[in-house]
Design a protein around this ligand. Sequence first.
Ligand code: MF3
Ligand code: CO
Ligand code: CO
Length: 289
Amino acid sequence: MSIIPKTPDQIESMRVACRLASEVLDALTPRIVPGISTNDIDRWAAEVMVTQGSKSATVGYQPPGYPPFPKSLCTSVNHVVCHGIPNDKALKKGDIVNVDVTVIKDGWYGDCSRMFVVGDASIAAKRLCSLTFEAMWTGIAQVKPSARLGDVGYAIQRFAEGKGFSVVREFCGHGIGQRFHEEPQVLHYGRPGTLDELVPGMIFTIEPMINLGRREVKELGNDGWTIVTKDHSLSAQWEHTVLVTPTGFDVLTMSDGCPAPPAFVPPFATWQRIAAQQTAHSPAAAVVA
Ligand code: MF3
Ligand code: CO
Ligand code: CO
């Protein structure tokens, strides 16, 4: 089945949900310090969602074969790769934690995650976090009409492996809209020129999980959700929800507190302004000319 691009109205609804997801992370950022617990993060996020009039997409989320996810977001600490469940254990200086927020606003889903360094961390841990951020953006920068999903995966894999890291294969990005996980699957590894061709109006996440050690992962095994690295090495992840525009891409999960793209990404103001004009008065071609 082919991927159905979103209409301009649907894209505007996605912009709202995606910005709210990112703003939840903004609100959490100054509060992630040594001594707090991931349950604190979860509770604060739930409070922010109430003020936003949004809802958590993760609480009660239950794909086939899984127990319902119990919390308002995912918190994945150190060697936890993804889907970590918030708990009462205090974060300590030197921990790294991924906070993954998905909200629903008026039926539309916005999904993003960031890494947080608790206090300060080892050079290796900080490097993993920042290079995983660059790996995500390396993938985003491939997005344009007529590129293929294999180009995105290949660019991420090449970048990450070039730094001596490994790319998790078992979990991928995904289409998103009025459902949490839609077509297509967005692999973070692959071969250029393969898989689906990108078309304006497609919206999907790019969310590479990068390990300091080997790529293999396993289930922690006692909660039905938590995924850890097999070799216990540190793992990092960043996630944005991305729109294919007529000229390239727009990142929908942006907000005032969101880390700016790396310098190698085409000037932010340029692609965002062009994208905004396009959605304001499609047809896009007239604006670009
Ligand atoms: N937010 C995750 C993603 O990026 C999915 C989390 S599902 C949960 O796709 F149930 F674990 F919350
Ligand atoms: Co997510
Ligand atoms: Co996602």
